[in-house]
Design a protein around this ligand. Sequence first.
Ligand SMILES: Nc1ncnc2c1ncn2[C@@H]1O[C@H](COP(=O)(O)OP(=O)(O)OP(=O)(O)O)[C@@H](O)[C@H]1O
Length: 337
Amino acid sequence: MASATVATSLSPQSSASSAAEPLLDVQDLSVEYQTLRGPVQAVSHVSFSIGQGEVFGLAGESGSGKSTIAHAIMRILHSPAVITGGNVLFDGDDVLEMDVDGLEAFRWRDVSMVFQSAMNALNPVLTVGEQIADVIQRHQPTTTKQQAKDRAAELLDIVGIDRNRVDDYPHQLSGGMRQRVVIAIALALKPQLMIMDEPTTALDVVVQKDIMQQIEYLKKELGFSILFITHDLSLMVEFSDRIGVMYAGEIVETTNAHELFNKPLHPYTQGLMASFPALVGPKETLTGIPGSPPNMLEPPSGCRFHPRCSKAFAPCPLQQPSLREVEPGHFVACHLY
Ligand SMILES: Nc1ncnc2c1ncn2[C@@H]1O[C@H](COP(=O)(O)OP(=O)(O)OP(=O)(O)O)[C@@H](O)[C@H]1O
């Protein structure tokens, strides 16, 4: 585990926003992929916010639009993806309006990203220390080579790798260690927000748990916020403060993790919960959700989930339900409520 002194030297850069303002505010975001067969409406009118030090999880089946949102926030979407509406405010600044210089500073320094295949994207001919130092020197040109290398060793320590491995090449490290190096790179510029898109999916469960616990510890020490995307709902409930559930490009339910686990309201969330084994408690039969996600070239009318919903009734195919607060802090888009 990292020492408190090391952690203090890595505290995130000071933020101009007040505690009451969210760090990240995604407002009415829509993204489509303009394909030869027509527009794929990958993300439709999605809104959520993440507070300072908060972990916000995005859950949902494959293809529901989670990664598209992450890439839109980082402004790394490319053709045929087009952001067709909305705003992404980071500390009050609109990310979608940033120019090249603004984006260069925003990426890594304000927000960094760890994704599933990142550990395989490390450069095989550079040592891990050189790769961490490279990010530091690129963004902080006054840092000397030796200072950057010392920081790289410190960062390895922080993510649970012996600092003596700083001169190792990626192939000399296990998959779990390589993913820790990626996390060290993501931490290098003390970002205020880390986007983690399936950060541990390629690793075995023991390593996965170990890394997530380390991230949780670092988050508490350093105070950064996390947007957490994973298919593993048990892991998500365990590590998130609040969760947004996505279905076919829309957020259908948002509440705190505990409430979502104990009292899911949307029939889709209920199905999602019933298709995952609980971490604790008696063994239960997993039921799953009948049918498959819709073709996003032609999403269903009304509530997009209605063709698969056992509780669908008259208004569901006709009217799109809006996301409404049905209990304090608990939002759901469903005609049942
Ligand atoms: N390059 C592309 N061209 C056309 N459609 C795309 C492209 N990339 C993604 N899509 C579509 O956009 C929708 C959202 O995809 P996205 O990858 O964001 O979902 P996801 O929830 O992150 O899925 P997963 O969990 O499998 O990563 C899907 O319908 C997908 O087929």
